[in-house]
Design a protein around this ligand. Structure first.
Ligand code: DAH
Length: 343
């Protein structure tokens, strides 16, 4: 058989092989078989040296043309197969644009934060600004500077958590610490509130939790009176419950105020006639307050002959529970959406 015929047969064979291929991997195999170093066309090209000049030219040219044509067939088949594979994938991976998407739920502010923000805004309206203090405190700020020395029985009610940093480093049991921090760092007149977390070493029950929140208030100015304290707190209660309610101040004791009182308001739900929220008493105990003890002012470097003040402190959970009729403090921390969604 002539070399020319051999080449034409090889071309046909390659064309048949390529047409019969139905996936991409065998194509590479075919390229090696027909065009590779040990392929038959390559062998013919190698043998060209032995031929006559004319023959060499003719066969050489033909062999190269056939190589190109086989390469073209391979390329086209590859493109064809790739296109088929793509359209097969596309028809399988159909995206149904009419399916509803995954909605992300809108959250909202935690009820405790809502109440805190509301209380802050009421006091803003009366010229108070927010001051903050650390939750990890020293014995000094939590007790001593608040007129509660080591052997004072009032410490018993505020057992807290101590750290191993130093024996006197503890988690604050009250936001009253911020009163001292503010008086130490600023000159009177002062008008601040301070919301924040406090800690108590207590057993958990429906009304008590080892972590809770308080909001402290402090006003220091010249000639501050108990009447101003009452007026300020009455205005607060009116705003908080949205209506004027009777209030009463019962004598109480706090080491850092003198005199001290507990503020009760008429129950906003039954307006005094007795209901479940107020335990049929008609009154709600809302917060502790009093006139800043001169010892405390003195200790913080403020002259009690020139300045006087009042202070108050409230439990935020307690107010939120009254406000929303919540009967168990633990609901605030369980993060149960069935509870949280109601606010
Ligand atoms: N710190 C007190 C407590 O945790 C609450 C309190 C009472 C704060 C009277 C005050 C105050 O500022 O004047 O029980």
């Amino acid at each position: 058989m002539s070399l020319e015929q051999q080449l034409k047969d090889l071309e046909q064979e390659a064309a048949r092989d390529i047409a019969a291929t139905d996936s991409l991997e065998p194509l590479e195999e075919l390229r090696r078989k027909h065009l590779g170093k040990s392929g038959e066309i390559t062998a013919i090209l190698r043998g060209l040296a032995k031929l006559e000049v004319e023959e060499k030219k003719k066969i050489g040219q033909l062999a190269n043309e056939i190589k190109d044509s086989i390469q073209n067939l391979l390329d086209n088949r590859r493109k064809g197969l790739e296109a088929e594979a793509l359209s097969a994938r596309l028809s399988q991976e159909v995206i149904d644009v009419t399916l509803p998407g995954t909605r992300s739920e809108l959250g909202h502010i935690h009820p405790l934060t809502q109440v805190t923000e509301e209380i802050i805004s009421i006091f803003y309206g009366m010229g108070f600004t927010v001051a903050e203090g650390p939750e990890v405190e020293t014995d000094y700020f939590n007790f001593d500077a608040l007129n509660t020395p080591k052997d004072h029985p009032a410490r018993d009610e505020q057992d807290t958590f101590y750290t191993n940093v130093r024996p006197d480093v503890l988690l604050r049991s009250q936001t009253s610490t911020v009163q001292i921090r503010v008086m130490n760092s600023k000159k009177p007149p002062l008008r601040v509130i301070s919301p924040g977390r406090v800690y108590r070493n207590e057993e958990v029950n429906a009304r008590k939790y080892p972590l809770f929140h308080q909001l402290e208030g402090l006003l220091v100015d010249r000639d501050v009176t108990f009447g101003q304290l009452k007026g300020t707190l009455n205005a607060f209660i009116r705003e908080l419950f949205g209506k004027p309610l009777k209030t009463r101040f019962r004598p109480d004791f706090f080491p850092f105020t003198e005199p001290s009182a507990e503020l009760d308001s008429q129950c906003p739900f039954c307006e005094g006639s007795g209901c479940r929220t107020c335990g049929n008493r008609g009154w709600l105990e809302l917060l502790g307050c009093g006139m800043v003890d001169p010892n405390v002012l003195q200790g913080a470097g403020i002259d009690p002959e020139e300045w006087s003040g009042f202070a108050f402190g409230m439990g935020i959970e307690r107010l939120a529970m009254l406000r929303y009729g919540i009967n168990d403090i633990r609901h605030f921390y369980n993060n149960d959406l069935r509870f949280l969604r109601q606010f």
